[in-house]
Design a protein around this ligand. Structure first.
Ligand SMILES: Cc1cc2nc3c(=O)[nH]c(=O)nc-3n(C[C@H](O)[C@H](O)[C@H](O)COP(=O)(O)OP(=O)(O)OC[C@H]3O[C@@H](n4cnc5c(N)ncnc54)[C@H](O)[C@@H]3O)c2cc1C
Length: 384
């Protein structure tokens, strides 16, 4: 049995980005993916790339990742098909929108508050109310998520990484090195990264460690764009009505809910509500949205954009997210388990962070010390 320096469990955006960054730095890397690449969240994501976060560390990581996406072809040799559309944020909570614009200005990302007239220049047929406030992030957009994961993976292979699809990891245990048992045989690694999305807490639980992650259904619905309609050609966050939307190519619009991103409390450890854990959930569950929800989105869109009143749903699904109590990721070496790293809890916004998450993981795993960016995502912030 050959021994790898690093075995990565999970061929999503995070696992493949880590594989690329580690193999680029000369490490002998193996990725084990139970399905095909981008099998779960990374293949069912809206893939919106933006920096609009009130959490400063996440905003910085998003900013550096966005730059990477713009240069993706040059960096990886493959195309992520980044479409820069800009992001228009609409909210009736002026304090929160102003706070986030300030964070972006502080870190050097472009973002500005707009008045109604400027919004109308960007989206001429939009309907706005007087008590709403607006911000615009011009650099935001979206990518093709599967092309992105493929790009990371192909680039990793070019640097010598081995990527095995159709290999389901069953158990991780420690002897001299880490032993990874799967349905296709046993593998050995000096270090392991578990980047298995919603399955990460289950793989780790068998080692007697409970990660503070719960599983959260996150619907997504596609609509046919009415013929000739020119509205909504950019990413929209409509916090007033609690949905986001973006164009999907020329003929569709993709819509999903805004989630309740909690404010990160730096000063105190965040209590973990154990009742929210995964215990009664299947990490591979995938659902459908009901007619009432798809109609609610259609109504909200047609009020905001009267031109879209004939909008009609075309397809939908409801994957699960792996969410932490503060809706920020976990990137850490598991306390008491030298050489075992977890990269999970991407909490519904991890795709855009994937280029930097891969770099952070590579630094952490190679040096054994958390790089500064990883500190905001350490397990120690939770009181478990
Ligand atoms: C509907 C929806 C919309 C979203 N929109 C956005 C967005 O607009 N922007 C954004 O930035 N983020 C968004 N996200 C979040 C983003 O998709 C995720 O944060 C990101 O894809 C997580 O990547 P990952 O590699 O951590 O996990 P995953 O993509 O879930 O990858 C985990 C991989 O591990 C594999 N695996 C699991 N168990 C095993 C095992 N036992 N053995 C081997 N392999 C295993 C899985 O098959 C999977 O391929 C959205 C998510 C959803 C569901």
């Amino acid at each position: 049995m050959s021994i790898y320096e690093i075995v990565i469990i999970g061929g999503g955006a995070w696992g493949c980005s880590a594989a690329m960054n580690l193999s680029k730095r000369g490490k002998k890397v193996l990725v084990l993916e139970r399905g095909y690449l981008a099998y779960t969240q990374s293949g069912h994501t809206s893939a919106i790339i933006r920096q609009f976060y009130s959490h400063e560390e996440t905003a910085k990581i998003a900013m550096l990742s966005l730059r990477y996406f713009k240069d993706f072809k040059q960096k990886t040799g493959f195309d992520a098909h980044f479409r820069q559309t800009g992001l228009l944020v609409i909210s009736d909570d002026s304090e929160s929108i102003k706070r986030t614009v300030e964070v972006l200005k502080k870190i050097g990302a472009k973002c500005e508050l707009l008045d109604k007239d400027r919004v109308k220049e960007i989206e001429p047929s939009i309907s706005l109310s007087n008590d709403e406030v607006f911000a615009f992030e011009p650099d935001a957009g979206y990518v093709d998520p599967i092309a992105t994961v493929w790009g990371f993976a192909q680039c990793a292979k070019g640097f010598g990484a081995q990527i095995l699809e159709g290999v389901k990891v069953k158990k991780i245990s420690r002897q001299k090195d880490w032993i990874i048992e799967s349905d296709k045989g046993t593998f050995e690694g000096e270090k392991v990264i578990v980047a298995a999305g919603t399955n990460t807490p289950f793989l780790i639980r068998d080692l007697g460690f409970n990660l503070p992650i719960y599983l959260f259904p996150f619907p997504m619905c596609y609509y046919r764009r009415p013929y000739g309609a020119k509205s909504l050609m950019r990413v929209i966050f409509d916090s007033t009505n609690n949905y986001y939307a973006r164009p999907e190519g020329e003929s569709e619009i993709l819509v999903g809910p805004m989630h309740d991103e909690m404010t990160y409390a730096e000063s105190s450890a965040i209590a973990v509500d154990k009742n929210l854990y995964w215990a009664d959930k299947n990490p591979d569950w995938i659902g459908r949205i009901d007619f009432d929800l798809s109609s609610a989105y259609s109504r909200a869109l047609s009020i905001r954009f009267p031109e879209l009143s004939e909008i009609h749903p075309s397809r939908d699904f409801v994957p699960l997210l792996d969410v932490t109590p503060d809706w920020q990721p976990i990137i850490d070496e598991l306390p008491g388990f030298d050489g075992l790293f977890v990269a999970c809890g991407s909490s519904g916004h991890g795709f855009k962070l994937s280029p930097l998450i891969g770099e952070i993981l590579a630094d952490f795993v190679i040096s054994g010390k958390p790089p500064s960016f990883a500190r905001a995502y350490s397990l120690s912030r939770f009181r478990m």
